[in-house]
Design a protein around this ligand. Structure first.
Ligand SMILES: Cc1ncc(COP(=O)(O)O)c(C=O)c1O
Length: 431
């Protein structure tokens, strides 16, 4: 197996490079150059990817074989940064090789793939139009673009919630400092109350100066807001609705158009398994009069030009297509069911541990893959390191929203045995 962080000519011998080149070119849909076709000996290639019929570990073994995770590691921190499967890693490497061999041709081939495969593939997966989608480096960039794009003047207000990620909050604070807009924050409790209470908290916080509402689809702690209902409320009050989808995409099927938001910002390098440095911004076609580009002076609603200008990481963007293929082959419904199976298993194991307080809500209020909880007397930050040392299990802390919590985020390739190992290490960790 190739260890992804070591991809590079220093650590790969020539045969390995040749094999990677052919596989990677195939993953990118690019014609492999002659040199790459020599010695294509993929003896360690995983079995062809197939959608498993059920949710049990044994049924997902073939899928697991597509990942390059270091042996012995239980990677349970997928909400932080995802693990690209081998075909994505190969596609990135092949793209950089193409650019190294003949840069202008590499750029042109990769740009064609991005326009013809990547953008249409993403648009199909999320039920939006291709011209409503702008690729970005991450969700933070998309969140900044959507926030600075809303026409607002001094004294106008944006309504955000207390559970926003800094990437969703800071663009508004920037506008507050620079332009004198007001950031109005509504308190949303964690664990989440029911939809009715969330909606009435939003409704009560809207003032005559409110122009926009900006909030998460899924929070960092894995809480799932009733997006459609909040967007309906915003529309009824004449407000722009802007959603942070960084933690939502890739965990379950989403029809972004049906959500009814005006803008939606996405990370592709978490649950979608795309390479690091990928995301996109959706701006609804008929919202282009209220959300405008930060770049082009000659932009119009018909030609909105949201794209940040300049040269981008073509190989990384082109490889998004391999991640979309991977996830689409599995099916997002199957991904959701598998993630839910693992987090249900984790929750059941935690229920047997003394001193553990679960903080994730019921199914409708929680994402399938992320689980948060507190353990009496345990400092969450210290526990992250202790559990990594004890069990090679990688988790994250959630010391926010009033909690001293641990976050465990399980993706399809994790196993119940890894969850067991984590829970056993947690049971032995104190202080
Ligand atoms: C809810 C939420 N929004 C935004 C972000 C930022 O995502 P990115 O790293 O893609 O900019 C994160 C990252 O963890 C997040 O959890």
């Amino acid at each position: 197996m190739i260890d992804a962080p070591h991809l590079g000519t220093e650590s790969l011998d020539r045969r390995e490079w040749l094999r990677l080149g052919a596989a990677g070119a195939a993953a990118l849909g690019l014609p492999a150059c002659a040199a790459w076709n020599e010695g294509d000996e993929s003896s360690d290639a995983p079995p062809p990817l197939q959608a498993p019929a059920g949710v049990e570990d044994a049924e997902w073994e073939g899928v697991r074989a597509h990942f390059l995770v270091e042996p012995g590691v239980a990677y349970l921190n997928n909400a932080s940064i995802g693990m690209p499967p081998r075909q994505v890693v190969d596609a990135v490497a092949a793209g950089y090789r193409a650019m190294a061999e003949l840069p202008a041709r590499g750029r042109s081939d990769l740009s064609a793939r991005i326009a013809e495969r990547v953008v249409p593939g993403l648009a199909r997966l999320f039920s939006i139009e291709t011209d409503e989608l702008t690729l970005t480096r991450n969700a933070s960039e998309a969140l900044h673009l959507q926030s600075v794009g809303v026409a607002m003047g001094p004294g106008d207000e944006v309504l955000i919630t207390t559970q926003e990620h800094p990437a969703g909050r800071r663009p508004w604070e920037f506008r507050q400092a620079r332009e004198g807009i007001r950031v109005n924050e509504v308190f949303i409790p964690s664990p989440l109350p029911d939809d009715e209470e969330i909606l009435s908290r939003f409704a009560d916080a809207i003032t005559p100066r409110t122009r926009a509402v900006a909030f998460c689809h899924v929070t960092r702690g894995g809480h799932r807001y009733p997006v459609q209902a909040i967007c309906r409320l915003a529309r009824d009050r004449g407000l722009v609705s802007l959603v942070d989808g960084a933690q939502a995409v890739g965990q379950f099927a989403i029809d972004v158009t049906e959500l009814g938001c005006d803008a939606y910002s996405v990370s592709l390098h978490k649950w979608m398994l795309a390479p690091a440095g990928t995301g996109f911004l959706f701006v609804r076609r008929d919202a282009r009069d209220r959300i405008r580009t930060a770049f082009a002076p000659d932009a119009t609603p018909g030609r909105p030009q949201f794209d940040p200008p300049g040269t981008t990481a073509f190989p990384v963007r082109a490889a998004i297509g391999s991640a979309v293929d991977f996830v689409a082959t599995l099916g997002l419904e199957a991904v959701e069911a598998r993630c839910r199976f693992l987090s249900d298993y984790l929750k059941a194991r935690l229920a047997d541990l003394p001193g553990v307080t679960p903080l994730s809500g019921a199914r409708a209020l929680s994402a399938p893959g992320s689980t948060i909880f507190e353990k009496e007397g345990l400092d969450a930050v210290a526990a992250v390191e202790a559990i990594e040392t004890l069990a090679s299990a990688h988790i994250d802390e959630h010391q926010r929203d009033g909690h001293n919590a641990i976050r465990v985020s399980t993706h399809v390739y994790n196993t119940t045995a890894q969850v067991d190992r984590f829970v056993e290490a947690l049971a032995r960790t104190t202080g």
